[in-house]
Ligand binder design. Structure first.
Ligand SMILES: NC(=O)c1ccc[n+]([C@@H]2O[C@H](COP(=O)([O-])OP(=O)(O)OC[C@H]3O[C@@H](n4cnc5c(N)ncnc54)[C@H](O)[C@@H]3O)[C@@H](O)[C@H]2O)c1
Length: 219
């Protein structure tokens, strides 16, 4: 644990890819008051090359044991979230897990159920909740400005991901690497926003369609 003189929360990040690198930079640029980047970990050492002065590990268990951390951010591909999250919670650390917290419901439950002290904070990274539009909406819903909301229709059309995005990581959009598709990757943000803003639904009706049928096969 941190020394008596060090008031900053000592953060370790597991997974230094897109998200992990972004998180790490925020700490190094002192954009997170009261926290410092104490260690980073990636199974691929090349990913950590640009972080010259930060202690580096290629094995998360070793980092959890040796880096004297207070808290861990887990930013590996999805499947690692459960195992690394559980290990960090069992080590007594605060844990922030990138979405989705797990691929399977049973794993999510195992992660959530991992015994922790009352002081330990465990959270999932739903950064859309910091978007000013949604904060504005939340404030007005909670204050009752819109009255009672009986029905919602939530449509998101601007979260298209190009082939370059899927090519970026060999784990992306594969059953082995990701365990599912859009529902597991982009959609958790929308599902989270919906229940954060409007509460849990009483009933859900779903439709599924592949692309736009009238464009399939040309004209
Ligand atoms: N909150 C958001 O808006 C948001 C946005 C993008 C991605 N994400 C989530 O962040 C996670 C990572 O996505 P990304 O785009 O950064 O992926 P990425 O492929 O760019 O990075 C993942 C990194 O984890 C490393 N890694 C894999 N297994 C590891 C292990 N066992 N221990 C240590 N390092 C390991 C890989 O080498 C890689 O560098 C995904 O679960 C994704 O859903 C969240």
């Amino acid at each position: 644990m941190k020394s008596a003189n060090d008031k900053n929360v000592r953060i370790g990040i597991v997974g230094i890819g897109n998200m992990g690198t972004g998180h790490a930079k925020l700490f190094l640029e002192n954009k997170v008051p009261g926290a410092m980047l104490a260690a980073i970990c990636d199974i691929n050492p090349d990913k950590m090359k640009s972080f010259a002065d930060v202690p580096k590990y290629t094995d998360s268990d070793t980092m959890l044991r040796e880096a004297k951390l207070d808290a861990v951010v887990v930013a590996t591909p999805h499947y690692g979230h459960t195992t690394i999250g559980i290990a960090a919670l069992k080590a007594g650390l605060h844990v922030l897990v990138e979405k989705p917290i797990s691929v399977h419901k049973a794993d999510a439950q195992r992660l959530i159920d991992t015994k922790r002290t009352k002081k330990q904070v465990f959270a999932a990274m739903f950064n859309q909740r910091t978007d000013p539009r949604y904060r504005w909406l939340k404030q007005h819903i909670d204050s009752g400005d819109f009255g009672r909301i009986n029905r919602i229709n939530w449509i998101i059309t601007d979260w298209f991901r190009s082939q370059a995005y899927y090519d970026h990581g060999d784990w992306r959009a594969t059953w082995e690497g990701e365990g599912g598709g859009v529902l597991l990757n982009q959609c958790p943000h929308q599902l989270d926003l919906m229940q954060w803003l409007f509460g849990m639904p009483v009933a859900v009706r779903a439709f599924c369609q592949r692309a736009l049928p009238r464009y399939r096969g040309g004209r």
